[in-house]
Structures are given as C-alpha cells and as structure tokens.
Design a binder for this molecule. Structure first.
Ligand code: PGA
Length: 251
C-alpha cells in the first residue's frame, strides 16, 4: 500500500553533536505526538551510527544521503551500500540534484547505486526533477521520464515496488520558490502514469511520490492534500525539530 512519508535531508549541515540533539528532539516529538506518516532523517554519513542510536528506528528511519556505485575496494572516500546497511540505516537518498549537478552523477551511475541499495535491503529515495530552463521550455515531463527510464526501468516490478520517488524541481530547492499545489499534482500524476505504463496500475498506485523544494509547515498541507503527492523531502525546514514536525503533522 502507498505510504505517506516525510523525509528530512540535512545536507551538509550539523555537527555530530548538533545532529544527535536534533534527531533526539524529532524522535521525542514523534514518540509523544505520533505521526500519520513514515518519518525519515537523511543525515551526513558521519552521523548515521549515532543518530540510529538516538532514535526508535521503528518510527524514525535514518537515511544516508548517498552511497557508492561500487561494491567495495579501492575507492578512497566512498561509502558503500553495505556499510550504510551495517549502521542500521533504512533508506538512502539517491540522485539528489545537488549530487547530479556538483558531483557529476548521471543516470547510468544512479542505476548502479540503485541496484546496490536494493541489494543491501535499503530503500532508495530516488530524486528526479527539472531545472528552471527546462520548466520554462515546458520540458519537465520529458526530463523526469528520462531520469526514471534510464536509472530505474531496468528493475523488475518487484524491485521497483521498493523505490520511493521524490520529485524535486531544482528551481524550488532552497529558493523559497515552491511549486504550486497544481504544478505538483500535475507532474506527480504524470510520473505515476509513466510508472503505470511500464509496471501497471497496481505498482504505480503503490508507489510513494514525495515532493521536495521549499516545503515548509505553512505550505505542506496544501501540497500533501493532492491525491498524487505522498509526502515531502525536506531540506531547510528539516533542520529545526519544530518546523519538521509542522510538516509531519500536515498528515
Ligand atoms: P529545501 O530542499 O526544502 O531546502 O528546498 C529540499 C531538498 O533539496 O531536498
């Protein structure tokens, strides 16, 4: 069944101590007030082990923000999917636009990362989305379709069923310029139709598609009210427990 999810993406913010404090706060709020959705914290790799200890992972899953496209070996500085798994993390954010833009991640690389993430029993939160020029040229649908096709459509229906998608228009990330609820619904419905054409209506219907890009407590409710928006991937507003909870409680 399709699950609503609110996932934080801390990016390269927070010292270990600050991160453990924030995760503890989020965990306590979720424990005391409950959550009508899955809650995920995407934390820096250095923090995963301690954050896993600080939360009840049955209620707050911990995510890596990336993993290597190789299994193991002489890849200095990389962190493999099996290492991420061994920390107790449950998810891996893959293909974030910042990774695509600044670290050269292509759909071909992301295909490898997706396979390794799934092979290690982790759930990919797979990011797709167009840049401003593509939106202005009305090319957003073809951009997201290509991203999904090239990185994910080699998967079996069973494996695709384990993927969480996150639609993040790059022009809305960290800019304060949020997609309108209509824009979000329109492209989320399109993404679901692309999945349905490949894997059938049931797989598409069960796929969680999150929205990301300047999602805040003040706009989360109207975004999440759309039938094809199943939660959010939250950057800036995930860095304060109160704001993050404000978004969780939009469900
Ligand atoms: P933002 O970031 O919420 O700060 O716009 C979202 C993301 O990059 O995942």
């Amino acid at each position: 069944m399709r699950q609503n999810i609110v996932a934080g993406n801390w990016k390269m913010n927070m010292t270990l101590q600050e991160g453990v404090e924030l995760a503890t706060e989020v965990n306590n709020i979720v424990a005391s007030k409950g959550a009508n959705c899955g809650v995920v914290l995407g934390v820096p790799a250095t923090h995963i082990t301690e954050v896993v200890k600080a939360v009840d992972t049955a209620k707050v899953s911990v995510a890596a923000q990336n993993c290597a496209d190789k299994v193991s070996g002489a890849y200095t500085g990389e962190i493999s999917a099996s290492m991420v798994k061994s920390t107790g993390a449950g998810h891996v954010i893959l293909g974030h636009s910042e990774r695509r833009e600044y670290y050269g991640e292509t759909n071909a690389i992301l295909k490898e990362k997706t396979d390794l993430t799934l092979a290690n029993g982790l759930t990919p939160i797979f990011c797709i989305g167009e840049v401003l020029e593509e939106r202005e040229a009305n090319k957003q649908n073809e951009v997201v379709k290509t991203q999904i096709e090239e990185a994910l459509f080699h998967l079996s229906a069973e494996d695709f069923g384990k993927i969480v998608l996150a639609y993040e228009p790059v022009w809305a990330i960290g800019t304060g310029k949020v997609a309108t609820p209509e824009q979000a619904q329109e492209i989320h419905a399109y993404i679901r139709s692309v999945v349905a054409d490949k894997y059938g209506a049931e797989v598409a219907d069960n796929c969680s598609i999150l929205y990301g890009g300047s999602c805040k407590p003040g706009n989360a409710k109207e975004l999440f009210a759309n039938p094809d928006v199943d939660g959010g991937l939250i950057g800036g507003a995930s860095l304060k427990a109160e704001d993050f909870h404000g978004i969780i409680s939009a469900f």
